[in-house]
Design a protein around this ligand. Structure first.
Ligand code: ZN
Length: 210
């Protein structure tokens, strides 16, 4: 079963977008960040949400836009508590120049991470189709060239432990999304670029940026 995220009848409506940073050691290193046992956490607003579709207009005039390809967890809840119900793939778009400026002056990253369209989210694959949460492979192909290849086995905080980490601070609810961090290979997007995303043997979609 595949959740169609864009149709209310079939899917759960999005609620909160949680994001992990520095959850893959090699990516933390490529940006010159130290690796800690627990990843950092930030949020994107729902204004940032953009379903993965054929075209996407890049945010302009604020420096470089970087892609970060990430497994996204979709949460649901029953009377026993919250649980992972679906797995998707997405792009955490980041205004990297602005983020670096904000980081250098110790300010929050919000504008670099939560501008409109900054959270590209694919459809979701039911958790029932994913036998091993710690062995989910994904690839991001930019203009026919593989740029990011990830595997949930490389996460510093394992995927199945991420909800419990957040639940120390919040009761996760149906429709909460968690971007789980990016592996190495992040880079710049330009108008005309075409990105193709594959997750656990499923083609999730191809998007052309303008
Ligand atoms: Zn990210």
């Amino acid at each position: 079963m595949v959740f169609d995220f864009t149709e209310k009848e079939k899917g759960i409506q999005p609620r909160t977008i949680w994001c992990l940073g520095r959850n893959y050691a090699k990516h933390a290193e490529e940006l010159g960040n130290t690796v800690e046992a627990r990843p950092l956490v930030f949020q994107k607003g729902l204004n940032a949400l953009s379903p993965l579709s054929a075209t996407h207009t890049l945010f302009r005039d604020h420096g470089e836009v970087h892609y970060e390809t990430e497994i996204i967890v979709l949460m649901d809840r029953n009377d026993k508590g919250s649980f992972i119900t679906g797995i998707g793939l997405g792009l955490d778009l980041t205004l990297r120049d602005l983020q670096n400026e904000l980081k250098a002056s110790g300010k929050p990253w919000t504008l670099a991470k939560s501008f409109d369209g900054a959270a590209i989210v694919s459809r979701f694959i039911s958790i029932k189709e994913i036998p091993l949460l710690n062995q989910i492979r994904f690839t991001m192909v930019l203009n026919q060239e593989v740029r990011q290849r990830g595997d949930s086995s490389q996460m510093i905080l394992p995927l199945e432990k991420i909800p419990a980490y957040l639940e120390e601070y919040t009761d996760l609810q149906p429709g909460d999304l968690i971007f789980t961090g990016t592996p190495e290979g992040v880079g710049t997007l330009k108008p005309g670029d075409e990105v193709s995303l594959d997750l656990a043997g499923h083609h999730m979609g191809t998007v052309r940026f303008s």
